[in-house]
Design a protein around this ligand. Structure first.
Ligand code: PBG
Length: 338
């Protein structure tokens, strides 16, 4: 059989497969690279000593007492991971309607931050969420008055929370609460307290997502929230232009970095945010995304390692500068440092 529609040469002249033939030339033309430097490790810290607890809906992830956390931070630094995002598992008896524990200088997250900073200093970045859900008896990120999450009163509490976290040595304050105006208020509060070098990572486009379920199990807020949802403050998954307005506001109010969350189902948002603003843009591969991949791998339906690395690379290709992922340590073991 012969087929030669081209008088100029063999058909087709352009063969996209040529550069794909060899591993070396695939490497040469790769547009995106993933390394340990791209990864942020989200970790759950609990009370106690020499204690770890598995989390059923996050296989392979454990709640760690502070001493256990320190050991693992040492490993993360060795692997080239630049930073950790610490989430506290607040004991149920410390959760109150007004989230007073959030402003306690000696609460769990602040003790964990102090311990990490005391042991590792500037070798490792510490990121702390600012939001009230680990501390409220109703499980919401803000104060609940007559069934409504009140914005402006919540801001006062968030500012106190940010200050005690900065005092503990937190490098990056990451408001994840989605109250209006919080970046500006927290920036001003930090500056007034002498923390003008503390960075702000805004969870700018954070959606009211079904993919946070395992996280709420991990920090024990699922029971508190019950049938409640966060749709009056987190974004509607239907919206994309609105994400750009959220990001624009947070950058104008002083955010150093912005985040899109969840991750893989929202890569279109990552791409638009990066292209529109060119600001440091992170994405969060959230608990439900991690759990899905783990579940499929456990059934033998996916290769865990290949799916993990491909999913992380996809964030970079979409334009993310970094990824928060529960795979961080596991992936870093397979990746170059830079
Ligand atoms: C708290 C917070 C949540 C996550 C990060 N910070 C949960 C929520 O908003 O309900 C979710 C992270 C994950 O699912 O991995 N505001």
């Amino acid at each position: 059989m012969s087929f030669d529609p081209s008088p100029l040469g063999k058909f087709p002249a352009v063969r996209m497969r040529r550069t794909r033939q060899h591993a070396w030339s695939r490497r040469l033309v790769a547009e995106t690279r993933l390394s340990a430097s791209d990864l942020i490790w989200p970790a759950f810290v609990m009370e106690g000593n020499a204690t770890t607890e598995p989390i059923a809906s996050l296989p392979g992830v454990e709640r760690l007492s502070v001493d256990r956390l320190l050991a693992k931070v040492g490993e993360a630094i060795e692997l080239g991971i630049p930073a950790i995002a610490i989430f506290p598992v607040t004991p149920a008896d410390k959760k109150t309607p007004l989230a007073e524990e959030s402003a306690n200088p000696d609460n769990l997250i602040n003790r964990a931050t102090r311990a990490v900073k005391a042991e590792f200093g500037d070798a490792f970045g510490v990121i702390c969420d600012v939001a009230l859900d680990p501390y409220t008896s109703h499980g919401h990120d803000g104060l609940l008055v007559d069934g409504v999450i009140v914005n402006d009163d919540t801001l006062n509490v968030l500012c106190q929370q940010a200050i005690v976290q900065a005092e503990a040595g937190c490098d990056i304050i990451a408001p994840s609460d989605m109250m209006d105006g919080r970046i500006g208020r927290i920036r001003a509060a930090l500056d007034a307290a002498g923390f003008e070098q503390v960075q702000l990572l805004a969870y700018a486009a954070k959606y009211a997502s079904a993919f946070y379920g395992p996280f709420r199990d991990a920090v024990g807020s699922a029971k508190n929230l019950g049938q409640g949802d966060k749709r009056t403050y987190q974004m509607d998954p239907a919206n994309s232009d609105e994400a750009l307005r959220e990001v624009a506001l947070d950058l104008a109010e002083g955010a150093d970095m912005v985040m899109v969350k969840p991750g893989l189902p929202y890569l279109d948002i990552v791409r638009r945010v990066k292209e529109t603003f060119g600001a440091p843009t992170l994405a969060y591969q959230v608990s439900g995304e991690y759990a899905m991949l783990c579940a499929a791998a456990e059934h033998g339906w996916l290769s865990r390692e290949a799916a993990m690395l491909e999913s992380l690379l996809a964030f970079k290709r979409a334009g993310a500068d970094g990824v928060l992922s529960y795979f961080a340590l596991e992936a870093a073991r397979l990746l170059p440092k830079d």
